[in-house]
Write a protein that binds this ligand. Structure first.
Ligand code: SF4
Length: 172
């Protein structure tokens, strides 16, 4: 109830942007769904943009118009929800999506990205994801990949796109 009141107060104050950082952490799934619906309904009513930070890709798929995937403090991919989730261009995004359990994949081994997120004060050289990336090449260890538009409104920071054109990424 306190969380609902906080959200109501924040949105009714006339703000143009609400930052909802893990707004439903520690809530059970039923309450989480209610809170998310409340945020969506009030944002629509008050014409407020919401920057919704979450690890729950399922919730984001339902709520968001646009997605930004971040890793170790850097943006790796951004675009419409349909583009990023339906056709991920960055290996990290593809790995996150492959890590989600689904009914179709019942009985199959789930992907677990090897390694650990690096400390922000000691990031790897080049692409900060390269020690964990199945697709890493020499250039990934030396240079930071630039953010490039891979299709209209869809951006990705990975050498795979600039060197080889778009490919379907599969980790397993
Ligand atoms: S730039 Fe290289 S290491 Fe980084 S995500 Fe792309 S392929 Fe992997």
């Amino acid at each position: 109830m306190k969380q609902r009141v906080m959200i109501g107060m924040a949105l009714s104050s006339g703000t143009s942007l609400l930052l909802a950082d893990e707004a439903t952490t520690a809530l059970d799934v039923t309450i989480e769904a209610q809170i998310n619906k409340l945020i969506a309904d009030l944002a629509k009513e008050y014409k407020t943009s919401v920057l919704y930070v979450s690890h729950n890709l399922g919730v984001l798929a339902e709520l968001a118009d646009r997605i930004m995937i971040m890793y170790a403090g850097r943006v790796f991919e951004m675009g419409t929800t349909e583009d990023v989730f339906g056709s991920p261009s960055h290996p990290y995004s593809a790995a996150l999506l492959e890590s989600i359990p689904s009914r179709q994949d019942r009985g199959k081994r789930l992907l677990s990205i090897p390694g650990f997120v690096p400390p922000l004060d000691n990031l790897p050289s080049g692409c900060s994801f390269h020690p964990r990336c199945k697709f890493a090449e020499d250039i990934c260890k030396k240079e930071i990949p630039p953010m490039e538009e891979v299709s209209p409104g869809h951006f990705s920071a990975c050498f795979l796109d600039t060197k080889r054109g778009r490919k379907r990424l599969q980790w397993i």
